[in-house]
Design a protein around this ligand. Structure first.
Ligand code: NAD
Length: 355
């Protein structure tokens, strides 16, 4: 039996609950498809500060290095909100893992199943047929990783892109588009920023190798309005780190709940970290009300991208859709549906994987 080693990093807030639900579903996949998942749990985030004095302990990084993929929950703990910038949970844990494993490509799907259109904050006329956008966000450069200066009376973050960094994210976007509707929109701010001029120029160059894929361009300010006005028209959107951060959260909200959407952060070798689009939602923690579907679909992305298990990934995605026709967590509850908790949603989806 083939065995895969998974580093399981539940983190803070709702992280442990949604992670358990995802493991329930992975266990069902393991039984049905005769494959073994070997989980090693490690601390990250506030829980790691409490136990080890840092949001990303060395032991955790070691466990990730010795695994085939990382399944990540969420980090963020209000008790540590006032830490100085260099110790803050998100930069240390998330940016730390992204940099360490060179996870340069962030795939952030934002989709709305047509049968869930009422959960979207958008008008029925815009979302009745659903939508399916894949945001491909560069994840290891830009202002988040550039030189930083913070003084009493000034602060700056260098926004730097080098051509190879843009080439590889562009390639990721075009390859993804080939498996979808063959349409890429390059999102940047090339009317103002030099780093964006390089980004757009390089994406255009890479596009020449993909004549079967259509390429369009939007400035980020326009893109944020267009995905509200006509989300159905987009397929793959490729963008820089900071613009992708904002655009992907906006796109996520269009689907109704942050609890629905997964994400994958992948390096050139196919190693990846898979996590929900949302954060640790501390107010929901421990109440068995969080939606685990983002975490469960993140596990499906892990099977697809890091383990090349396409049919198993699809089995999870189909089971999620099937389950949603009857059961809902609080965030996406509608009349005529049965409301269930985090744990129960995991169990229902696992049942729908079948034997
Ligand atoms: P959040 O994503 O935790 O919550 C935003 C909203 O989405 C809340 O209303 C929450 O109730 C809802 N939500 C999120 N996940 C949900 C789920 N699974 N089911 C149902 N509803 C869900 O963002 P926030 O409130 O801005 O941040 C909370 C903490 O999370 C902060 O400490 C922040 O730094 C951290 N954070 C972490 C990550 C990450 O780990 N990748 C991402 C974003 C924010």
């Amino acid at each position: 039996m083939k065995t895969y080693k998974i580093a399981v990093l539940p983190g803070d807030g709702i992280g442990p609950e949604i992670m358990k639900a995802a493991q329930t579903v992975l266990d069902a996949v393991s039984r049905k498809f005769n494959v073994e998942f070997n989980y090693t749990e490690a601390d990250v985030g506030g829980v790691a500060i409490e136990k080890h004095g840092t949001a990303l302990p060395k032991e955790t990084v070691k466990i990730c290095e010795n695994s085939d993929a990382i399944l990540f929950g969420a980090v963020g703990d209000p008790r540590y909100d006032d830490l100085p910038p260099e110790k803050k949970i998100e930069p240390v844990a998330l940016l730390g893992l992204r940099k360490h494993f060179d996870l340069f490509a962030n795939l952030r799907p934002s989709f709305l199943y047509p049968f869930l259109y009422r959960t979207s904050p958008l008008k029925e006329s815009i979302v009745k047929e659903g939508f399916d956008i894949l945001i491909v966000r560069e994840l290891t450069s830009d202002a988040y990783f550039g030189k930083k200066v913070l003084k009493e009376d000034m602060g700056s973050d260098e926004m730097l892109y080098r051509k190879p960094e843009v080439e590889r994210i562009a390639k990721t976007a075009f390859e993804a588009a080939r498996k979808r509707k063959k349409y890429v929109t390059c999102v940047d701010k090339s009317n103002v920023l030099s780093s964006s001029i390089l980004f757009r120029r390089t994406v255009t160059e890479v596009a020449k190798k993909y004549p079967d894929v259509k390429l369009d361009y939007l400035f980020i300010d326009n893109a944020t309005t267009m995905i509200i006005k006509r989300p159905k028209d987009f397929d793959v959107m490729v963008t820089t780190n900071m613009f992708g951060d904002i655009l992907s959260d906006e796109a996520a909200m269009l689907s109704g709940s942050l609890g629905m959407l997964p994400s994958a952060s992948i390096n050139e070798k196919g190693f990846g970290m898979y996590e929900p689009a949302g954060g640790s939602a501390p107010k929901m923690a421990g109440k068995n009300t969080a939606n685990p579907i983002a975490q469960i679909l993140s596990a499906a992305l892990m099977l697809r991208h890091s383990f090349k298990m396409e049919k198993e990934a699809q089995a999870i995605e189909s089971a999620v859709q099937k389950t949603l026709h009857k059961y809902r967590t609080k965030d996406i509850m509608e009349e005529g549906m049965e409301q269930v908790g985090t744990k129960e949603m995991g169990e229902k989806i696992a049942e729908n994987i079948g034997r």
